[in-house]
Write a protein that binds this ligand. Structure first.
Ligand SMILES: Nc1ncnc2c1ncn2[C@@H]1O[C@H](COP(=O)(O)OP(=O)(O)OP(=O)(O)O)[C@@H](O)[C@H]1O
Ligand SMILES: [Mg+2]
Length: 288
């Protein structure tokens, strides 16, 4: 049975997408079956992975055409399909078939693409939306097919973050050390608390990973970190031993924002992924 993990923080730009891509790509490489779900309307995760794995035939940088515009959007092979409102009593929503939506990227790695149109859906209030990702996974028996299902979440409280958390066993929190990092964690913990209380779900925090760490440690950085870790919202969160450091190639390199493709960030991702797998395994041994 596979595990579903949401990568989430209510703060933007902390490295959620980069970490999701890295973990998914690395786990697939070591032989685990992985599905990555892009639940962010910005769909950066989709762009990065399609650019890398599906760019063949679309090399012209000036062209508006790419794999996403030609092969994904016209066939509605995106997460948007999961958030179709039930319009009336006669036309009930039924869970889409995974085989029609999921795209293969490489051996062991599949993606459910993101979609900018998600911004439209958030204005519709349909109380069933919150269960849509979970039902998609359950009805299509995706836990039998994938050992890890990783959901890249947007940095805001939306129906998608709720829907992602509803579907998850665990959430993983990437966090960049700065003066305001506590704000993102505080609101995340509150949102998770509400969801657990209201929906009676079993959702656990698997830990916090420091991202984009500056390797030249300074007294200032250390003191911000100590202050952050002393806050109540962080108390119950397990902090990963491994972290990701700033690697310029991720911003400017030829292989885009895929951290497994550069030596320096690959080592970080390997350590984080192995620690994640170990934490999940330990949790399930304890739970038996
Ligand atoms: N280890 C790293 N070293 C250098 N740059 C990084 C690293 N990780 C991420 N970045 C860069 O930082 C920026 C934010 O990263 P990313 O998009 O992963 O964050 P995010 O939390 O998903 O953002 P959002 O909240 O907008 O979804 C991107 O430009 C990304 O390329
Ligand atoms: Mg992101």
């Amino acid at each position: 049975m596979g595990y579903v993990i949401s990568v989430i923080n209510m703060k933007g730009g902390v490295g959620k997408t980069t970490l999701s891509i890295g973990i998914a790509d690395y786990l697939a490489e070591i032989g685990k079956t992985v599905l990555i779900i892009d639940a962010d309307p910005q769909f950066n995760c989709t762009q990065a992975l399609l650019d890398y794995y599906k760019s063949k035939g679309y090399e012209d940088p000036d062209s508006e055409q790419n794999y996403y515009s030609e092969k994904v959007l016209p066939y509605s092979k995106t997460i948007y399909k999961l958030f179709t409102p039930q319009t009336d009593m006669m036309h009930s929503y039924s869970t889409p078939n995974a085989e029609q939506l999921i795209i293969n990227l490489k051996a062991n790695l599949d993606i459910l693409c993101g979609d900018l149109n998600l911004v439209l859906v958030n204005k519709v209030s349909d109380h069933t939306f919150v269960k849509r990702i979970r039902n998609f996974i359950d009805d299509n028996k995706l836990r039998d097919k994938y050992e890890y299902i990783i959901i890249d979440c947007p940095p805001t409280l939306t129906i998608y973050t709720d829907s992602a958390l509803m579907a998850s066993d665990y959430y993983l929190v990437p966090n960049r050390i700065d003066r305001y990092s506590i704000v993102g964690i505080d609101s995340l913990q509150k949102a998770v608390g509400n969801l657990i209380r209201e929906e009676r779900i079993k959702l656990k925090c698997i830990g916090l990973v420091y991202t984009m760490v500056n390797n030249i440690t300074s007294v200032k950085q250390d003191s911000i970190r100590t202050s952050f870790e002393s806050k109540k919202a962080v108390n119950d969160i397990d902090i990963f031993n491994s972290s990701s450091s700033i690697v310029n190639n991720i911003q400017y390199g030829m292989s885009g924002t895929i951290p497994t493709k550069y030596k320096a960030s690959r080592e970080d991702i390997e350590a984080i992924s192995l620690e994640l797998v170990e934490k999940i395994d330990n949790d399930n041994i304890e739970g038996e």
